[in-house]
Design a binder for this molecule. Structure first.
Ligand code: CDP
Ligand code: MG
Length: 145
């Protein structure tokens, strides 16, 4: 059985505004993850609410939607061995200020909401989020690359 996974990653509007696209993508690529899809886009409230559906009703939900729709972001699908835990570990803790040095959030940010990156947190959420952002992406195969 293959350990290969796909994960939906967002470089949030703060990362794009701060010209950190290259810095962050370089880290994922250097780790050995493969970019399977990538798009720069500005999303509306509808997609934001679908993407963050599990957070509806939380006190931070409205400012989160305002932030994620505030400008262009980069959406991508990364693929690799155990890609979901690998990318989540590389991203660091949600609150940048509490994120370990060496992580993306721990090296590049101090904010909580404006925390640079998103990554799916389970195979189920990865499947749902990839379907939402890249509905036409060809399915994952286990062919050697
Ligand atoms: O992104 P991650 O999975 O690490 O965190 P989350 O708990 O799923 O929260 C989603 C996003 O909501 C975070 O990345 C923050 O941008 C934002 N958030 C916030 O603004 N305030 C909070 N108290 C919690 C999360
Ligand atoms: Mg999350």
């Amino acid at each position: 059985m293959s350990d290969k996974q796909r994960v939906l990653v967002l470089l949030k509007p703060d990362a794009v505004k701060r010209h950190l696209i290259g810095e962050i993508v370089a880290r994922y690529e250097a780790r050995g993850l493969i970019v399977r899809a990538m798009e720069l886009r500005t999303i509306d409230e509808q997609l934001a609410s679908q993407h963050y559906a599990e957070h509806i009703g939380r006190p931070y939900f409205e400012p989160l939607v305002e932030f994620i729709t505030s400008g262009p972001l980069v959406a991508m699908v990364l693929e690799g061995r155990k890609a979901i835990p690998v990318v989540r570990a590389m991203n660091g803790s949600t609150d940048c200020a509490e994120s370990a040095p060496g992580t993306i959030r721990g090296d590049l940010g101090v904010h909580y909401r404006r925390n640079l990156v998103h990554a799916s947190d389970s195979p189920e959420s990865a499947e749902r989020e990839i379907g939402l952002w890249f509905p036409h992406l060809a399915p994952q195969t286990d062919d050697p690359q």
